[in-house]
Design a protein around this ligand. Structure first.
Ligand code: HSE
Length: 300
């Protein structure tokens, strides 16, 4: 019997569209008992709409992996404890995919390395910006290469906390991507290339004052403001309230602000009240950065 723990993730970090991400200390857990009749049990804070049968994403991912390596599907008793809110831009589907792959790999005797699991997760998820931090922890960059995704951990344990503002509303990634123009202007591409470089420097040198400029974006956030009223104003309010930087988390609707780990400033309250003036109710979580990524431990 063992358990896999998978962190929530925040993708993009502003300009790093589809390539940058960060793992946060909020987890889904998968408990696996082998040699028991097949069963899926659900627990945790988010159960609505999550199937407890063979259509479950974690289970489908496990079966996909065993098919891939020609391993006979074993009977297992699975418990999924979900604490990552779904469809909010905190990597819940990546957590399901990464968790399923890590669990299935352990059951099969760990034939795949973490890097190999990343390639499978990327193929299933479609973009690697959530799956890389979910597997590796910290702040990550995912580089698409001819040989698959090259993962780089820019900072394993940055001295930061994430203020995570989670609106009551759901927004699926397909809709939030559908709103983006298929082509970008050269000036916007140059803006993001330069800003993601600054963002990388901020994390590597631990010069967090650079995050304010480094987390600005022109490729997706202003377009997505049409789906999330008050988005841009709330990000600016976070900066005014003392956050180092702020961005839309993944494809939203959650917002992420980064603050010093010892900060006492009330960035979350400012963000919540700014969103409220646009008719959006939200809850706040203050989360440490996860530095381990998906991990497993035996249960006796
Ligand atoms: N980077 C994706 C997007 C979301 O912004 O659409 C997470 O993979």
């Amino acid at each position: 019997m063992f358990q896999v723990k998978i962190p929530a993730t925040s993708a993009n970090l502003g300009p790093g569209f589809d390539c940058m991400g960060m793992a946060l200390q909020l987890y889904n857990r998968i408990t696996v008992e082998t040699k028991r009749p097949f069963r899926i049990s659900l627990a945790g804070s988010y159960l609505d709409g999550i199937p407890a049968d063979e259509s479950n994403l974690v289970w489908r991912t496990m079966c996909h992996f065993w098919d891939l390596i020609h391993y006979p599907t074993p009977t297992v008793d699975l418990t999924f404890e979900n604490f990552i809110p779904p469809a909010r831009g905190l990597g819940s589907s990546s957590a399901a995919i990464v968790g399923g792959l890590v669990a299935a790999n352990i059951i099969a005797g760990s034939p795949y390395t973490k890097l190999e699991l990343l390639q499978v997760a990327d193929a299933l998820e479609g973009h690697p910006d959530n799956v890389t931090p979910a597997l590796y922890g910290g702040v990550t960059l995912s580089v698409p290469t001819e040989n698959g995704v090259l993962p780089r951990v820019l900072a394993q344990s940055p001295n930061l906390k994430g203020v995570v503002i989670i609106p009551d509303t759901h927004l699926n990634t397909k809709r939030a991507r559908g709103i983006l123009a298929p082509q970008v202007q050269r000036k916007d591409a140059v803006f993001n290339i330069s800003h993601v470089s600054l963002l990388t420097e901020a994390f590597i040198r631990e010069e967090y004052a650079l995050l304010k400029e480094g987390m600005r974006d022109t490729l997706h956030q202003s377009q997505r403001a049409a789906l999330i009223p008050g988005l841009l104003e709330t990000l600016e309010a976070a900066l005014q309230a003392g956050a180092y930087g702020a961005a839309l988390s993944g494809s939203g609707p959650t917002l992420l602000a980064l603050i010093p780990s010892n900060s006492k400033t009330d960035v979350s309250q400012t963000m919540i009240s700014t969103l409220a003036t646009h008719g959006i109710n939200a809850q706040a979580m203050i989360l440490e950065i996860d530095s381990a990524g998906a991990s497993s431990s035996p249960i006796r």
